[in-house]
Design a protein around this ligand. Structure first.
Ligand code: HEC
Length: 161
C-alpha cells in the first residue's frame, strides 16, 4: 500500500507544477521559473567557490557576507548585488592572486545578477540611488532615440554604466 504514496505525490507535484507554469507563462515579461532558479543555483555555486572563503558570515571580509545572501530576492538585496556586479565587472573580485573563475564565468555571474536586478526593478520598482541611476539612463536613452536620426544612432552610444 505504502508503495503507491510516492507515485501519488509525484503525480500531484507534476500536475501542480504544470499548472503553475501555465499561469506564469501568461504573466507579462515572464521568465520561466526553471531558468531563473537555474541562474540562481549557478550564481550561488560560483559565489560559494570563489567568494565565500573571505565573505563568510564568520569572517565578513570587507564587512560583507555573501554566504547566506538570498540570490532569488534581487529586490530585497539590490544594494549588495549592485556592489557585487560592480566589483565583478571591474575585475576587482576575487582580489589579485586569488583563485578566480575564467572570464566567461565571471561575466556570466555578473550578467545573471544584472538580469535579476533589472527584473526586480520591473516587478517592484523601488529605486535606491543606484537603481534610479540605471533606470534613468535607460529612459534618457529611449528619449534620445525619438530625436535621433532615422538610424537611431544615438541608441548605441554606449550608455552602459
Ligand atoms: C581573498 C579574500 C577575498 C575573496 C576571495 C573575495 N573578496 Fe571581496 N573583498 C575582500 C576585501 C579585503 C574587501 C574590502 C576591500 C575592497 O573593497 O576591495 C572586499 C570587498 C568586496 C566588496 C565590496 C563590499 C562593500 O561593501 O563595498 C564586494 C561587493 C566583494 N568584495 C565581492 C566579492 C565577490 C563577488 C567575490 C567572489 C567573486 C569576492 N568578493 C571574493 C576580500 C575578498
Amino acid at each position: 500500500m505504502s508503495k503507491l504514496l510516492p507515485i501519488a505525490v509525484l503525480t500531484a507535484g507534476l500536475a501542480g507544477g504544470g499548472y503553475l507554469q501555465l499561469a506564469r507563462a501568461q504573466a507579462p515579461a515572464a521568465v520561466s521559473p526553471q531558468t531563473a532558479s537555474q541562474a540562481v543555483a549557478s550564481s550561488r555555486a560560483v559565489l560559494d567557490q570563489y567568494c565565500v572563503t573571505c565573505h563568510s558570515d564568520r569572517l565578513k571580509t570587507g564587512d560583507l557576507s555573501l554566504q547566506t545572501l538570498d540570490l532569488s530576492d534581487a529586490h530585497g538585496n539590490a544594494d549588495v548585488l549592485e556592489k557585487v556586479v560592480r566589483k565583478l565587472r571591474k575585475g576587482l573580485m576575487p582580489p589579485d592572486g586569488r583563485p578566480r573563475p575564467d572570464q566567461a564565468t565571471m561575466d556570466g555571474l555578473a550578467t545573471s545578477l544584472e538580469t535579476a536586478l533589472d527584473r526586480a526593478a520591473v516587478v517592484a520598482p523601488n529605486p535606491g540611488p543606484e537603481r534610479y541611476g540605471r533606470l534613468r539612463v535607460r529612459q534618457q536613452c529611449g528619449g534620445a532615440v525619438d530625436h535621433a536620426g532615422a538610424d537611431g544612432s544615438l541608441h548605441d552610444g554606449g550608455h552602459e554604466d
